[in-house]
Design a protein around this ligand. Sequence first.
Ligand SMILES: *[C@@H]1O[C@H](CO)[C@@H](O)[C@H](O)[C@H]1NC(C)=O
Ligand SMILES: *[C@@H]1O[C@H](CO)[C@@H](O)[C@H](O)[C@H]1NC(C)=O
Ligand SMILES: *[C@@H]1O[C@H](CO)[C@@H](O)[C@H](O)[C@H]1NC(C)=O
Ligand SMILES: *[C@@H]1O[C@H](CO)[C@@H](O)[C@H](O)[C@H]1NC(C)=O
Ligand SMILES: *[C@@H]1O[C@H](CO)[C@@H](O)[C@H](O)[C@H]1NC(C)=O
Length: 380
Amino acid sequence: MYFSLVAGFSLHKVSLCCCDSVVSAVLCVTVVQGQDGWGVTYTSTKICAFKGSTVDIHCTYTYPPRINDQITAVKETYWFTKKRNKEPVDLRTDSDYTGRVQYHCAENSCTLTITDLRESDSAEYKFRFITNQDGGCFTGSPGVTVSVSDLQVRRRSSEQVELRCHSSCNVADHPSYVWYLNGQKMEEERFSLRVSVNDHNRYSCAVKGHEDHCSPPVYPPKLPSVSVSPSGQIVEGSSVNLTCSSDANPAANYTWYKENEDSPKASGQIFTITDCICVYVSCLLMSPPDPPKLPSVSVSPSGQIVEGSSVNLTCSSDANPAAKYTWYKTNGNLELQPLSKESLTFSSIQSSDSGDYHCTAENELGNNTSKSISIDVTCE
Ligand SMILES: *[C@@H]1O[C@H](CO)[C@@H](O)[C@H](O)[C@H]1NC(C)=O
Ligand SMILES: *[C@@H]1O[C@H](CO)[C@@H](O)[C@H](O)[C@H]1NC(C)=O
Ligand SMILES: *[C@@H]1O[C@H](CO)[C@@H](O)[C@H](O)[C@H]1NC(C)=O
Ligand SMILES: *[C@@H]1O[C@H](CO)[C@@H](O)[C@H](O)[C@H]1NC(C)=O
Ligand SMILES: *[C@@H]1O[C@H](CO)[C@@H](O)[C@H](O)[C@H]1NC(C)=O
């Protein structure tokens, strides 16, 4: 006996931002632009990164070696950002960044490293250097725009998975199933069981009459997770892999959706984003589609059917998406109007209800018809 997962469903929001490759070296507060030899060049001007990761912002800068016989010396370098109407300050003294910023500066270059990124770090970062020259202060503007996004897993409260009982050997034509919840026999006799993805109970199943061949206990499959590679900053023109993972048996079919779009963006476990696009994607885990298998019919209670008693006929079939059921009663070769969906319930069965019954299971991919069973109502 083994289990299969029918549909685990999960939405993961991933935002990736657009990147451009404009390099800038503009303007100083006090010194006239570039042509005099003043300038700041940033390696990239837009950087996208995920919450918790580390970002490196790099620049090189130039200045005239001497002005009016005075040799230029750099007195101070720092990075700053202007946020929430605060005056720009050296990031090392900004309490929002305490313990999270480092400068690695060499001659004419400087790298700002921000660790443990927060969404509130999304801002434009600029580099400034101050020299001994009169008014010799230069800011590289525009700066580098950093967008920090969060990788979210959203669960639908109604999210469910279907556990199905499979028998690897041939048993009776219409087997009844027995389910165990944490080792305790359950009332449920259908071949499948719907449970919440948040259900951490152990389930196992067996074919009735063959209870010694229980399936090994299982937990409902874990919600799939999405990982991003590379995990740090995403710069211009690079490709990004989103990988959806879940332990499913049989192997799951992964489909990627863009937020608010019904048609899939891609299928397969890895979704590669090669161009600069802004996307919100979700990852959907599904078992491959399957037309209905031969439906099995169960009669409850089993044994002799006595007039006036309550009887249920249940139809079940392995199908993905789940099958819809219809019951038929045949009188000789005459097929009567469909009777009911899924379960056919007689609260007080009559001898006129005797006859042959069958059901059909149908989904988008096809239909299948059960063997017919004979109901023989005896008088008390
Ligand atoms: C993305 O996945 C492809 C195929 O598995 C692999 O060749 C490539 O190196 C991956 N790229 C990154 C950035 O992980
Ligand atoms: C996964 O499912 C989609 C949609 O049903 C289908 O187009 C695709 O071919 C399937 N992929 C695999 C690997 O089964
Ligand atoms: C009905 O189910 C049987 C057994 O699962 C399968 O072999 C058969 O192809 C199915 N018939 C149709 C019409 O799908
Ligand atoms: C038949 O099904 C109904 C509704 O599902 C249930 O209340 C009733 O107990 C069942 N009766 C038998 C005999 O299984
Ligand atoms: C079942 O499938 C067959 C062949 O695909 C089709 O001709 C028939 O109309 C279907 N029956 C029902 C009840 O949908």
